[in-house]
Write a protein that binds this ligand. Sequence first.
Ligand SMILES: Cc1cc2nc3c(=O)[nH]c(=O)nc-3n(C[C@H](O)[C@H](O)[C@H](O)COP(=O)(O)OP(=O)(O)OC[C@H]3O[C@@H](n4cnc5c(N)ncnc54)[C@H](O)[C@@H]3O)c2cc1C
Length: 464
Amino acid sequence: MDPLKALADAERKPYWLDSPARPEPRPRLFGNTSADLVVVGGGFSGLWTALMAKERDPSQDVVLLEGRRIGWAATGRNGGFCMATLTHGLANGLERWPEDIDRLERMGVENLDEIERTLERHGVDCSFERTGELHVATEPWQLDGLNDHLDLISDLGLDYVPLDREQVRAEVNSPTYLGGLWERSGCAMLDPARLAWGLREACLRLGVRVYERSPVRSMDDDGVTIGLRTPYGVARGRRVALGTGVFPPLLRRLKHFVVPVYDYALMTEPLTDAQLAEVGWRNRQGVGDSGNQFHYYRLTDDNRVLWGGYDAVYYNGGLVKPEYEQRDETFVKLAGHFYETFPQLDGVRFTHRWGGVIDTCSRFSAFYGQAHGGRLAYAAGYTGMGVGATRFGANVMLDLLSGERTERTELRMVKEKPFPFPPEPVRSGVIQFTRWSIAQADQHQGRRNLWLRTLDRMGLGFDS
Ligand SMILES: Cc1cc2nc3c(=O)[nH]c(=O)nc-3n(C[C@H](O)[C@H](O)[C@H](O)COP(=O)(O)OP(=O)(O)OC[C@H]3O[C@@H](n4cnc5c(N)ncnc54)[C@H](O)[C@@H]3O)c2cc1C
């Protein structure tokens, strides 16, 4: 089907947020208030922090300040792949923190298990399905990459199933697949907006005071409490946790470590039973292909296909702007790739198209830290894999604020910071050249040019 025709009626808004389940916003902060802990940010990072602070100590008074609506940003726009990995994949973790990899993998699975238990405990219905993820190869060089990965996995005793061409097509039927790896327990599919709204509800039930449409404009410190000034009020906290993602940071030092990268997605209309039967997909795994520029895709609970990824766009100057959330060039490209992957779904149309901004850092996995004499903690830099990992990051922030040394705070990953990005305009030049090099590698059997090899040697890179 002509991609332009297939997109003609697609709404220009995130599918997950376009739902009757979206709750009315909580009131703005008016006047002054104080609390034991003030959390800034109402995405997964802030929501998990507020919820777990209350679970750790129900007598604590906790305030959460969200600048717009709960879950409106990356949290309500993502693919809904809730992964165990805390390191943006095994290979990245192994390369950076080989001595801790067993522990990081174990802690990641525990984190995912605890997410599942929290949903049960608080009755959060977000269509959580622990289907795992199917990594597929669509080019011979990607098959080599998966086989290398398999060697590592067997050494670490992880639960992956290798699939040859026929076996992978028996799972999900695409003529483009050459082989695959099914990571069985390390990933769940969920509806991210319903997760965010469910966490908000759980926070409210435990007594967290949630204020929406209350952007924090500035911070001050009187030595005992930190004040967070919003347009109509101030919240003072003995402790403060920042879960503000990639937005202009309240702590200046963070701007060196994260850059905004836009990622785009499409949602189809629900597949009919006959269309679904043509694709198979009985085990409903999330799927990711294995190029440097990759697609991710999955079924929703009403059997639509979410299809996203490939272009990861950095706009020169590094600003976050509403107009960047729509990019027709990318939508047309994504639609074309969808029909190449599933020619049997030729008549299927798209109902939604949207983009969202990712907090990319140069090591791809989040970093953590403290300021104001240890009374403020932050976590950022999830680089497109924060649906599950933000809960771990929230626990790190709470550990740091409590002053306790825990297994988490002792990890080198937690103690170290990523390499900073250079300032603009050099930053734009370096990132655009890296993006170009990545696209070239995909067109030349994965061969990485001198620039990418140099970055690899320095442990640096660009990803989404
Ligand atoms: C298109 C897309 C697809 C993705 N797919 C996946 C996926 O499948 N799996 C996965 O694991 N990850 C995915 N991600 C990444 C994932 O969505 C993020 O890692 C995660 O949501 C980050 O949560 P967060 O709370 O840190 O940030 P955000 O969701 O960005 O939330 C930050 C919040 O802080 C608020 N805020 C910022 N500054 C202030 C302030 N000064 N005052 C008050 N509030 C403030 C913002 O308004 C915002 O609501 C994807 C992201 C995108 C954009």
